[in-house]
Structures are given as C-alpha cells and as structure tokens.
Write a protein that binds this ligand. Sequence first.
Ligand SMILES: [Zn+2]
Length: 134
Amino acid sequence: MLRKVTDTTLSPQFDELFNFLFTLILETGKKTVILIHSYHNIYRRSPTFRRLFNYAVPSLTEKHKIKIASTIQPYSDFVGKVIKFPDVCTMLLIPQYLSLPGQPENFSAIRIYLHEMLHILLNLRDPTLGAGSI
Ligand SMILES: [Zn+2]
C-alpha cells in the first residue's frame, strides 16, 4: 500500500538521519559542514522537502555516498548509490542557464544540491541526459 506524502514533521534527528543515510566523500582539504548545513536548512525551511525526505527515509535501505569532486556535471548514480557534486571552485565553471526572463544566471550550489538529492529521495531520473540533468 502506498504511504501518503503528507508528513511534514520536523524531525529533531535530521542530522543523525542524514549521517546514517549518506556518507560524505571529499577531496583532500574540503569541508563537509556546509553541505550538511545546507540540507539541514532546506529541511527546516521547506515543508515540501520535509515531506519528501520523511517519506523517502524508510525506503532508503542502502547508504548513499555524496562525493564532492572536480566535476562540472553533477549526477546521481542510482546503481552505485553515489551523488556527485562539483566542488566550490568547479561550480564557477558550470555553464550558465537562462532564467525565465531570459537572463543568463549561474547555477547555485543549493539548487544543485537540492536537485540531485531529490533524484535519490524520489528515485526519479532526469528525462534526458545532458543539459537537462542539472
Ligand atoms: Zn538531474
């Protein structure tokens, strides 16, 4: 039976849950604090993200890795259970996208973190590979 995606409860154990579900792998010298803090903030501020996270947690049976590396292509590997993010320096090299008014804009780290996390939580892939996968 499908569970409904309605639970917006703010779990006080978010950080523990996050650390239980995800292993952070960083290149030498990088810090994990900002990443966990970003997800914690999204969880605290967004009832929608809370609903999805609370819904997905019981079904995430295997630990995922979050890898921060010198890649300009963030992606979620469903088979290998890895989310790969560009590091802060590489983030600046990602091509801009056109916003709704047609202005070129940089991808924000938060936007990328959220996008890739939603792939894992919802077990949904991008419809096409390439530019649409960011
Ligand atoms: Zn994607």
